[in-house]
Structure formats: C-alpha cells, structure tokens
Design a protein around this ligand. Structure first.
Ligand SMILES: [Zn+2]
Length: 243
C-alpha cells in the first residue's frame, strides 16, 4: 500500500485485519513517505515498511537519508523503486537508471529485497539486475506476458499481482498467474491504486486483497486457504524480517 490518500491509518489497518490480511507493507515513493511507512511499521504489529524513491518522483532523492532509514528494524524492502519510460514528463531515462543503480546498491548493502516498478523498461531492468550480483526482489504490479514473466523468474525475481488480474481484458495476465511457480507468486493491492474490477469506483484498500486472492486461487485450482499459506511462506521468505 502507498500511504498517501489512505486517510485514517488505524481504520485502514483494522479493516484489513478484519478481512483476513495479517501482513501489510507500506511503501515509500520518496523520503517523506518512506519515513511515514517506518512510523506506521512501529505503530502496528501487522505493518512493515519499504523505503524508496519512485522513478517518477519529482524531488531529488536523498540517498544518505534513505540509507539511514533502511537500517530501521521495520524496513523489509527497498521500494518502491524502478523505471518508468512511458510516463511523459518524468525524470529522463538515464537519470532513472542512475538512481536505480544507487537504490539497488542500498538494497544489497543492507541485504534487503527490492520492489520494482516497471513501465516500458523491461530490458533495462533485466540489465540492471544482472549487473547487481545478489540483488533479489519482486516485480510489483506485474502486468506483462508469460515471455517477460519467464525472464524475470529466470533472474530469481518474484512476480506480484494486483487487482489488474480481475479486469476482463487481461486474459494474458491471467495466463501468467496460472503458470507462475507457486513459490514465486505474491499478491498486493498497490492501494489506493490497483482496484479490482468490482471496486473500480472506490479507492483501493489492503482489505480488498481478497478480490485478487479469490480469482488467483480459482485460476490456480487451489483453495483460498492453500493460497494464503503459500503467500505467507513466500512473503516471509522474500521479506525476511517480516515474520
Ligand atoms: Zn508502481
């Protein structure tokens, strides 16, 4: 979940827990949001934090401060980070790659996984991953076909699926959900974005993860409980400090 526009955090967390979500990660898109995520992680037993700098974030990254924040015990991932070559008017591609390399270094330094945003930059991301020995992480909000899925799986990454898989037009993505190895599949809401089909008109919330989970369980022919068990294992394997 992103922290901006979430409103009353207590309510959001309580609603999620009531819906059966037991582990949440608040991700930072800049230093301020990353700091908020860490505070939220300390305030709620069910919440952990990501510190990052989104590729489209307009402010300059403060790598020193992010490094410092990454040492906090509640930080389980460096994210949200990544590359976005499709958005017009964002930081130019070379600058995004430069920042990504720096953020990958932070992740490796502190033995943290990364949560990676990717729009139109799959080749460049695979290059960056191959240049950083020991980097591990997840392709967040995965939205590509099986061919690309395999390439990211081949470099050891997890694939994370959000409400997008519930949209009628996304047959190709549902195919990826079916074929993804069980031990590399993660679920997320990307709230307040990433709504499922049936909740298109309301801001997304961690509690609505169930919409994606039900469909994913169905597509993979497992019970919701089996999927939940697998997800718990996968999340705590990748995000090691999130026990
Ligand atoms: Zn993203």
């Amino acid at each position: 979940m992103h922290l901006e526009e979430l409103g009353d955090a207590t309510k959001v967390v309580e609603q999620a827990v009531a819906a059966g979500v037991t582990r949440l990660i608040g991700v930072g898109v800049n230093l301020e949001q990353s700091t908020n995520a860490v505070s939220l992680g300390h305030a709620y037993q069910e919440v952990w934090a990501g510190v990052g700098h989104h590729p489209l974030e307009p402010s300059e990254p403060d790598f020193r401060a992010l490094r410092q924040l990454a040492t906090d015990e509640m930080v389980v991932v460096v994210g949200e980070i990544g590359l976005d070559f499709e958005h017009v008017g964002g930081p130019h591609n070379e600058l995004q790659i430069e920042r990504l390399n720096e953020l990958f270094d932070i992740a490796i330094n502190f033995d943290l996984p990364v949560s990676v945003h990717n729009r139109g930059a799959s080749h460049e991301l695979l290059q960056a991953i191959s240049r950083h020995k020991g980097i591990r992480g997840v392709m967040h909000y995965f939205a590509l076909d099986w061919d690309w899925a395999q390439r990211f799986l081949d470099v050891g990454f997890y694939l994370s699926f959000a409400g997008l898989v519930t949209r009628p037009s996304r047959d190709e993505l549902r195919e990826v959900v079916k074929r993804c190895p069980a031990d590399r599949l993660l679920l997320e809401t990307d709230s307040p974005y990433g709504n499922s089909q049936k909740r298109m008109n309301v801001p997304n919330r961690p509690a609505y993860l169930i919409d994606t989970a039900e469909l994913v369980a169905d597509l993979r022919g497992v019970s919701l409980e089996q999927l939940a068990d697998q997800e718990r294992t996968n999340a705590t394997t990748l995000f090691q400090k999130m026990k």
